[in-house]
Design a binder for this molecule. Structure first.
Ligand SMILES: [Zn+2]
Length: 368
């Protein structure tokens, strides 16, 4: 009896507290906060069901998954072999982790695999690479990446830098094309990597943190043009191969050069990853006209990452603010501040936004 009396008293007390707090809540609740500029931009971004074709995600987290679902965003997670980073040194563990990530993402993450170019001198190089890539395709990979270590790091037995058009890569390109998959190429680097130092360049801080890729004053180092010509040679000799030149095809300071490439190679498109700040520096009318003219050839990508040692929630803030910034730049006529510079939005027409943020990715990288 005592027990149930206490229970009733507790329920009554609980109810009255609940009613009380509801009443108080109604009395003192502030009017719903006005959405901030960032929230407004992210809502419009989410409404287009965007695809970000260039990210590097090494782990997941319920908060990260929730962000992807809230933004309706789909990611292409790109693998890279990098012998200078412990978590990028081995290929198979990266593939296994990435496939697990894809499976846990409820359709929000797809895989762009790679092969091990450091093994280029081994006799079974082509056969092994093709076997592995085909296995990854069978498990759902939609694209293959080659990275700047081809052209800028890996040397052959004679001490020559290996280029993208090395005949040993040719069977791999043919294999990718025969499967109807896409090759993502990060070849060369921004101009500033060849010097002179320029603290005003959007990539300058990267070379402060990664001096191994700053190649000015390295005698005998290939010119940027040599590396990109090798990439162009792959395009010309593989007309059946769809190629996305990531980072604006490494022609970040020269819209006319990008246009020439898009005109010359119908199998070539570009992504915007980590180079949006260069687009923000271009004369506004020229930039806008370029994106309208080449609206079928530009894919939205960011190069955002979620590294094994990433800290939450700071990393989520970074992702959200990047998406909001890029949306404001391409989709609105707002004026806003980026790294101390005034940027004016391009206010692109909705059908163009639909292509850049979504349908170009689906056309150029089938399976996304
Ligand atoms: Zn990247």
């Amino acid at each position: 009896m005592l027990g149930s009396a206490r229970t009733i008293a507790q329920v009554v007390l609980g109810l009255s507290l609940a009613i009380c707090s509801t009443v108080q809540g109604q009395a003192s609740a502030p009017a719903p906060a006005k959405p901030t500029d960032e929230e407004k931009a992210l809502r419009a971004f989410a409404a287009i069901h965007p695809i970000d074709v260039h990210v590097h995600v090494f782990k997941t987290d319920p908060a990260f998954q929730k962000m992807l679902e809230g933004l309706n965003v789909k990611l292409l997670n790109i693998l890279v072999m990098d012998d200078t980073l412990p978590y990028r040194k081995q290929l198979q563990p990266q593939i296994d982790d990435a496939l697990a990530l894809v499976r846990s993402s409820r359709g929000h993450i797809a895989l762009c695999t790679t092969f091990d170019p450091y093994k280029v001198d081994s006799a079974a190089f082509d056969a092994d690479a093709i076997k592995q890539i085909d296995r990854d395709f069978a498990q759902g990979a939609v694209a293959v990446k080659i990275w700047k270590n081809i052209g800028m790091e890996i040397k052959d037995s004679k001490g020559q830098y290996i280029m993208a058009d090395d005949p040993r890569f040719e069977p791999i390109y043919k294999d990718i094309a025969s499967h109807g998959k896409t090759l993502m190429t990060h070849q060369a680097e921004p101009d500033v990597a060849w010097g002179p130092p320029d603290a005003s360049d959007p990539s300058w801080s990267y070379y402060q943190e990664n001096p191994q890729w700053y190649v000015a004053n390295q005698p005998g180092f290939p010119s940027k043009q040599t590396i990109l010509e090798a990439r162009d040679h792959v395009l010309a000799s593989n007309p059946e191969l769809r190629m996305v030149g990531v980072h604006l095809g490494s022609m970040e300071r020269d819209l006319d050069n990008i246009a020439r490439h898009l005109d010359e190679y119908p199998n070539f498109a570009i992504d915007t990853a980590a180079r949006m700040e260069y687009l923000m520096l271009m004369p506004q009318e020229k930039m806008r006209a370029f994106l309208i003219k080449y609206q079928d050839r530009v894919l939205y990508g960011t190069d955002l990452d979620l590294l094994p040692d990433a800290h939450f929630p700071a990393v989520l803030k970074d992702w959200r603010s990047t998406y909001a910034r890029d949306w404001k730049f391409l989709a609105t006529d707002q004026t806003f501040n980026v790294e101390g510079k005034q940027v004016h939005g391009l206010n692109l027409p909705q059908p163009v936004l639909q292509k850049i943020f979504r349908t170009n990715a689906m056309r150029w990288i089938p399976g996304l």
